[in-house]
Write a protein that binds this ligand. Structure first.
Ligand code: CUA
Length: 342
């Protein structure tokens, strides 16, 4: 028992992780995830029934036909039984059909191409080593990490990768879909009827920070979505301090876009202060003894990005770009307060 206790503790901790509302396929929050959850339930029920019947028959046979003292002779040898063979071929066949029909239906529905659906919102997803880029071609918007969607709309995804294979997965809204390095584009869609934040994960081992390659799907009311669309397109609000603004422009905007300024390569930083997290894993909602979690997270990230997310491609502002601590803090404050109201 003494030895089992630590095991028990570990499993309790591990299983406690399964209780996360927003990362569980067992708590579907949209029609696609619901359909897939129904399939899981159907297949588990069928398997359970088969398991119970097989175990019951085995137990019955083991007990009923066990060897008794009066059994001195070789029992009767039976070879082949046509009736039985038919039964145990037909029953599994029926079960496979019962499973296959809804599965195939669901799989096709899941992969349905809404690319030409005028009513759907098109989103081009590009995976990068440890972050996600979301482009809305209909609105000319590109953002990162937080995918903002309106409730009850089909979101038609087009997935590709900038580097290695990743997998786009929002457990409570739908199954996984790979992003392929060979240039093929994968499509699927989902919708979220309820407002809320749904956590997404990269579901394909892609490098040292694979486990940190999170993103969020934020489902908002259609009105908020309209406001967001306008807010994110507003011109950049520059840093007040002239010298710092210049540093930011020269060192950060070469790869990052903010509002109408900046370059490409790194994730867009427009409205980063209102995102759910910094660097996908430093959650802005989590309280922090040091005060404002967004500011603290931003500082933690900017002071040593490699420590937060090993193997990521962001140059260290201090070591690689030569920024001073004060400059880094200033930029962190600026970014943390760069919010979009919607
Ligand atoms: Cu990207 Cu795992």
């Amino acid at each position: 028992m003494k030895r089992l206790l630590p095991m028990l503790a570990i499993f309790t901790l591990l299983l406690a992780g399964c209780g996360r509302d927003d990362l569980s396929v067992l708590r579907p929050q949209g029609p696609v995830a619901q359909g897939q959850f129904d399939l899981i339930k159907l297949s588990i029920s069928i398997m359970l029934v088969v398991l119970l019947i097989v175990f019951a028959i085995s137990a019955y046979v083991l007990i009923k036909f066990r060897r008794r003292p009066e059994h001195t002779q070789m029992p009767e040898q039976v070879e082949g039984n046509f009736k039985l063979e038919i039964i145990w071929t037909v029953i599994p066949l029926i079960l496979v059909l019962v499973l296959a029909v809804p599965t195939v239906k669901e799989v096709f529905a899941f992969g349905e191409d809404h690319a030409n659906d005028k009513d759907a919102i098109q989103v081009k997803v590009t995976s990068h080593l440890y972050w996600w880029e979301f482009e809305y071609p209909q609105y000319g918007i590109t953002t990162a990490q937080d995918l903002i969607i309106p409730t009850n709309k089909d979101i038609a995804f087009e997935l590709k990768t900038e580097d290695v294979i990743h997998s786009f997965w929002v457990p409570s809204l739908s199954g996984k879909m790979d992003t392929n390095p060979d240039g093929t584009i994968n499509r699927f869609s989902f919708s979220a009827p309820k407002e809320g934040v749904y956590r997404g994960k990269c579901a394909e081992l892609c490098g040292p920070s694979h486990g940190f390659m999170e993103f969020k799907v934020k489902s908002v009311s259609p009105e908020s979505f309209e406001t967001w669309k306008t807010a994110i397109k507003a011109p950049m609000v520059a840093i007040e301090d002239k010298a710092l603004a210049e540093t930011f422009k020269n060192q950060c905007l070469t790869c990052h876009a903010v509002g109408d300024q900046g370059g490409v390569g790194g994730p867009s930083l427009t409205g980063i202060g209102s995102r759910e997290s910094v660097a996908s894993i430093l959650l802005n909602s989590e309280t922090n003894d040091e005060g404002n979690p967004i500011v603290e997270n931003m500082k933690e990230w900017l002071h040593d990005p490699k420590l937060v997310k090993p193997g990521n491609k962001m140059p260290s502002p201090k070591e690689d770009l030569g920024l001073t601590d004060a400059e880094i803090d200033g930029i962190a404050e600026y970014l943390a307060n760069y919010k979009l109201v919607y």
